[in-house]
Design a protein around this ligand. Structure first.
Ligand code: HEM
Ligand code: HEM
Length: 208
């Protein structure tokens, strides 16, 4: 129960957040480049292989983060947020977390249904088994569409989410971004609480 009341994110949650965020943003760039631009076929083939391997890493890391959520629940929202802001932030986090599973799973479905039957090599070391889906041109087209749509939706939501984090940091001047960077504002000597924590009477605002 004590963990439920903690003011900030733990080190594993912070590391997973930034690792997943960096890999997802790179994968969106690589995915766009390999699929939508005219590039050398050898480079394109190599990008596909990297994209699939790194994408599967995101699947594993996102599953790990979601498992962590079960045992180390989210910290309390930063004080001073209204009910609509809390709801919007919670909904965005859940959607981002779900998309981090759905996007790589749909990518795996694309290669599993492809009639080319090209093996997926995990960093040139392991052959990744196909998902138990029938191979067909229609199936591949369907999963390609799902993969592209969910990947670009994830990109749009992540941009919105990052803009919200920057708004909180530079305009609202609260601790939302700082606590995801593992830097809690100084302890309030009057209350013994954190500036960005719960119920310290500061509205979560930083003193700088
Ligand atoms: C979070 C992880 C991932 C992200 C953000 C991502 C993103 C993308 C993007 C943006 C595209 C270009 C879509 C388009 O413009 O049509 C793409 C294409 C593709 N991705 Fe991913 N991807 C991820 C994971 C995976 C995984 C795990 C696999 C396979 C194991 C995969 C396989 C593919 C394939 C085969 C294509 C080309 C699809 C086609 O030819 O229509 N992706 N991905
Ligand atoms: C694809 C990229 C991203 C994804 C998928 C993502 C996903 C998430 C998720 C699921 C959470 C909930 C907490 C947790 O991780 O357990 C979260 C929190 C957070 N993210 Fe991201 N994020 C991304 C990029 C970014 C970027 C670029 C920034 C900053 C510019 C950012 C700033 C934050 C902050 C400050 C929080 C904590 C919010 C709070 O405590 O209310 N994220 N993010």
């Amino acid at each position: 129960m004590e963990r439920r009341r903690q003011a900030g994110y733990g080190i594993p949650a912070i590391c997973l957040h930034w690792l997943i965020a960096g890999l997802v943003l790179a994968l969106i760039g690589i995915g766009f480049a390999m699929r939508r631009t005219e590039i050398d076929p050898v480079l394109q083939f190599s990008l596909y292989q990297w994209h699939k391997s790194v994408g599967l890493c995101v699947l594993v890391l996102a599953a790990l983060r979601e498992t962590l959520w079960l045992f180390a629940p989210h910290p309390q929202p930063v004080a001073g947020l209204g009910p609509i802001e809390r709801q919007a932030s919670w909904t965005t986090h859940v959607l981002l977390a779900l998309l981090c599973l759905l996007v790589p799973l749909s990518g795996w479905a694309v290669v599993s249904t492809s009639t080319l039957g090209m093996p997926t090599l995990f960093f040139d070391v392991l052959i990744v088994p196909a998902l138990p889906l029938p191979r067909s041109a229609a199936g591949e087209a369907f999963w390609s569409l799902v993969h592209a749509a969910t990947a670009y939706l994830l990109a749009a939501l992540a941009a919105l989410h990052a803009a919200a984090a920057l708004y909180h940091h530079y305009i609202r001047r609260d601790a939302v971004l700082l606590r995801m960077l593992g830097r809690m504002p100084a302890t309030d000597p009057r209350t013994g609480g954190h500036g960005g924590g719960t119920g310290d009477g500061t509205g979560g605002r930083m003193r700088r």
